[in-house]
Design a protein around this ligand. Structure first.
Ligand code: 5GP
Length: 301
């Protein structure tokens, strides 16, 4: 009797490489879910449209649920039971009724911000450290001169190439105190426990009165203050393309000690959790595209 031919060595090696790559891609997507870099509804939608071997479609529904913030195994099993979904199912293999039930459950549990009516032309761009909001803002400054990019005051010394009045107003602590005392700042915060930064109020008020769009590129504390002071402002949260990419940007060079590395990652998780407070989310995969998306949000007003 002839032996069953086994696949040639090269095919087996290639297949096992593909299997490893698929597992890594799934693990990476799970990290994105845990850290809220992607919304669970996005993953479910991808699973319905992509190839069965894609990271979203091939993810087990059990893995998917436990990757979500604050869902443990007990809760996961209760949810699956309630929705009538077998724990062996993969996201790409859900029936229509099961997918709709899961979608409804996710929409209730992780609501997406609904764009609110009556927004002003004041746009705030914030996001986690190292997501690249400065770069996106620089592209907007260069390519969309009709938008006023607010120039902040800061107590940080200028870096090489930075121009007074263009990148920042560089002031000392006393001058910054005076700006606060004169109520000349719309918001102000100490960033990274180091230097103080604040947004001058007057240029913004003048530009808004003249019908221009104004963009502030500030940190999360500042964004919250703007929301409180000007509830009609639109808050845009810039997201990294993936959690792994953000980690790479935060600690990529590996020059920090383990403690500093852990501190930065903890901070990034906390910062990502703030996205629920924002009106819009833009993914900074490609800087030019992200800039265009932010500007398109401005054009809605
Ligand atoms: P850098 O020193 O690298 O230019 O900026 C450091 C951080 O300060 C960035 O996250 C930037 O968004 C933030 N920042 C810049 N200007 C302001 C501001 O006027 N207010 C607040 N709250 N943060 C600012």
């Amino acid at each position: 009797m002839a032996e069953r031919p086994s696949p040639p060595e090269v095919d087996r090696a290639a297949a096992s490489r593909r299997a490893v790559a698929a597992r890594q891609a799934r693990a990476s997507l799970k990290r994105d879910l845990t850290t809220r870099v992607v919304h669970p509804l996005d993953v479910l939608r991808r699973a319905a449209t992509e190839d069965a071997a894609s990271p979203a479609a091939s993810m087990r529904v059990t893995e998917f649920l436990t990757a979500l913030p604050a869902i443990g195994e007990g809760k996961r099993d209760r949810i699956l039971d309630e929705l009538g979904i077998s724990p062996v199912k993969r996201l790409g293999g859900l029936g229509v009724r099961q997918r709709v039930a899961l979608e409804e459950w996710l929409a209730g549990r992780f609501p997406l911000p609904a764009p609110r009516a009556g927004r002003s032309a004041l746009l705030v761009l914030a996001g986690p450290t190292a997501v690249g909001k400065g770069t996106v803002a620089a592209v907007i400054r260069r390519e969309y001169p009709e938008i006023l990019l607010s120039v902040s005051a800061t107590t940080r010394p200028p870096r090489p190439g930075e121009v007074e009045g263009e990148h920042y107003y560089f002031v000392d602590d006393d001058a910054f105190d005076r700006l606060i005392a004169d109520d000349a700042l719309l918001e102000q915060a100490t960033v990274h426990n180091r230097y103080r930064y604040g947004t001058p109020r007057q240029p913004i008020e003048e530009a808004l009165a003249a019908g221009r769009t104004v963009l502030l590129e500030i940190d999360l504390q500042g964004a919250r203050q703007v929301r409180a002071a000007e509830p009609s402002a639109s808050l845009v949260f810039l997201l990294p393309p993936s959690w792994d990419e953000l980690v790479e940007r935060l600690v990529g060079r590996g020059t920090e000690g383990a403690e500093e590395r852990a501190r930065r990652l903890r901070t990034a998780r906390v910062e990502l959790a703030a996205q629920n407070e924002f009106d819009y989310r833009v993914v900074n995969d490609d800087v030019e595209t992200a800039a265009r998306e932010v500007v398109a949000l401005a054009a809605r007003h």
